[in-house]
Ligand binder design. Sequence first.
Ligand code: PLP
Ligand code: SF4
Length: 331
Amino acid sequence: MRIINLSDRSLETGWQSQLQNAIRDPKDLAETLCIDVEAIDSEFPLLVPEPFLNRMEVGNPRDPLLLQVLPVAAELLDRVGYSKDPVSEQSKDGIRGLIQKYRGRALIVATGTCAVNCRYCFRRHYPYHLARLSQEDWRALFRHLKQDSSISEVILSGGDPLMLNDRTLASVFESLNQIPQIKTIRVHTRLPVVIPSRVTKELLSMVETSQKKVVFVTHINHPNELDEALTFSLQTLRTGGATLLNQSVLLREVNDQADTLAELSRKLFAASVLPYYLHLLDPVQGAGHFNVEELRGKALINKISSELPGYLVPKLAREVAGAPAKKVLIG
Ligand SMILES: *Cc1c(COP(=O)(O)O)cnc(C)c1O
Ligand code: SF4
């Protein structure tokens, strides 16, 4: 076990400047990776921080990490069955910033932004510029959570909730800590994956001092994403007392091979993370070229089940609008 030393991460400036300096121009990306790219202009533009870029292979235009972030012409094809809001979130009204689809759990859309723009994202058309929560929105949200005794778990999601600065995040934890029926605070994030230094001393301290169970659900799709810095950050959160789970999206050419998925599970476990969901792609406009058929998804799960302990096999799942839970698909 390594000795944890976060002294070089005492201030937030580290991850925030990584974010400011993120690559936004496909030409810069091409230059760094020594490849020719045929990027397109998109309303959902290229955004990739350097620590993630550094894990891509120079000279490889089909790199599995590159494919996840590069806007390409295939996105412009209109496909039957693909919509802008595939899981019907945008029609929900009620408390601003809150989505209550499943029993016992309430999801907070804590921010509209992310540190990386993933091409396959089902929220790529979400009107996030409208999603920013004001102080008054937060207060109304906490008032609602206090009154609803059915909620035992609050999920911070987005966008990416770790885009909030540590001060804001600490006050959210503080408010949730004061609500007795809430037992678990869950954070759905990809930010530490693309910028490992997002796991700051302050964030670790929120985990360590929380009166609730804290769960992080990371979003890692390919074993190459798990470099040493990310592994260290994850182990730090684990040592601080958090439960760590991972969800992936099954993506054509990125992770649709049994060997890739098996290696991902092993590397996650080495980083103290258990695989949770493997999602089939949501049919969002612009992402059709990533789709992997359900039958192939099941075959892949069967294949890795024969090689891995049960606890390293993620649940293959699909989101079905209006259903009481995510639909788990079995072999
Ligand atoms: C996915 C999701 C959850 C969490 O579902 P789990 O199966 O508990 O991981 C909760 N609320 C919403 C709106 C979701 O989309
Ligand atoms: S980090 Fe998550 S929410 Fe943000 S673009 Fe990627 S998949 Fe979508």
